[in-house]
Design a protein around this ligand. Structure first.
Ligand code: GRF
Length: 213
C-alpha cells in the first residue's frame, strides 16, 4: 500500500553538516515566489548549511521574492531581462553583480531564464539549479503537469550542476515522492516543493564538499 507521506532522498541529507574554511558565499537567482530562497536562508539560520546569502537577483519587478528578500534582510538587485539585448548581456550583468557582492556560488531557485555559457564558465561547477521532476524526465516548463500527463507513479525533484541544455547537468541529489491518483498539479507541486526545501541546502553543501576535496 502506498504511503502518501513516503519520501526517498538520495544521497541522504548530511549528518553532520559539513563546515568549510569560510562560509560559502551564495548569489541566489529567482523569478517567482522565493520559497526555496527562504528554505536556504532557514537552513543557514539553523546552523546547517555553512553559507551566507550575499545577494538575491531577480528579473521580474513583480516577483514576490523581492519582498521575501527584504523580510530576510538580504540585499536584492533587480536585473530586468527585458532591458537586455541578449541572454549573454544579462548573464554578464549577473556575473558582475554576483562578484560585486562577494559571492561565487550561483543558486538558481526558480530562475525562469535560460542561462548561457558565459555564466556557466564564470563559475565552473558552481552554478546550481533545482527542478520539480526526476531529471532527466520532464525538463523544461510545466514539469509537474508533464509528470501527471505521463501517468508516472513517482515523481520528485532534482538539484544539479548547470550545463547549457535546459535542466541538464550532473545530478547532485534527488527526492522521490509518490504521485497519488487524486493529485492535481497543485497538490503534487506542494508535495514536491516540501522536498525541494529539504534537498536544496543539502545539495549546496554536497557540491561544495566535492569541490573542496
Ligand atoms: C520550484 O518548483 C523549482 O523547482 C522551479 O521553480 C520553482 C521555484 O519556486 N525551478 P520558489 O520560487 O522557490 O517558491
Amino acid at each position: 500500500m502506498l504511503d502518501p507521506q513516503s519520501v526517498l532522498i538520495s544521497p541522504a541529507l548530511p549528518d553532520p553538516w559539513p563546515r568549510f574554511e569560510h562560509p560559502l558565499k551564495l548569489g541566489v537567482l529567482a523569478s517567482g515566489r522565493g520559497s526555496n530562497l527562504e528554505a536556504i536562508a532557514a537552513s543557514i539560520q539553523r546552523g546547517e548549511l555553512h553559507a551566507q546569502i550575499q545577494v538575491v537577483i531577480y528579473n521580474n519587478p513583480q516577483a514576490a521574492v523581492a519582498e521575501r528578500a527584504d523580510r530576510l534582510g538580504l540585499p536584492k538587485v533587480l536585473l530586468n531581462h527585458r532591458h537586455y539585448p541578449s541572454r549573454e548581456s544579462l548573464d554578464q550583468d549577473i556575473i558582475q553583480t554576483i562578484q560585486a557582492h562577494g559571492a561565487d556560488w550561483v543558486i538558481m531557485a526558480g530562475w525562469m531564464r535560460r542561462v548561457t555559457q558565459v555564466l556557466i564558465e564564470a563559475f565552473p561547477g558552481q552554478v546550481l539549479n533545482i527542478h520539480p521532476s526526476l531529471l532527466p524526465s520532464f525538463p523544461g516548463i510545466h514539469a509537474v503537469e508533464q509528470a501527471l500527463a505521463a501517468g508516472v507513479k513517482l515523481s520528485g525533484c532534482t538539484v544539479h550542476q548547470v550545463e547549457l541544455q535546459v535542466d541538464s547537468g550532473p545530478i547532485l541529489i534527488q527526492a522521490v515522492v509518490p504521485v497519488l491518483p487524486e493529485d492535481t498539479p497543485d497538490t503534487l507541486q506542494a508535495r514536491i516543493q516540501a522536498q525541494e526545501h529539504r534537498i536544496y541546502p543539502a545539495a549546496i553543501a554536497l557540491a561544495a564538499s566535492h569541490s573542496s576535496t
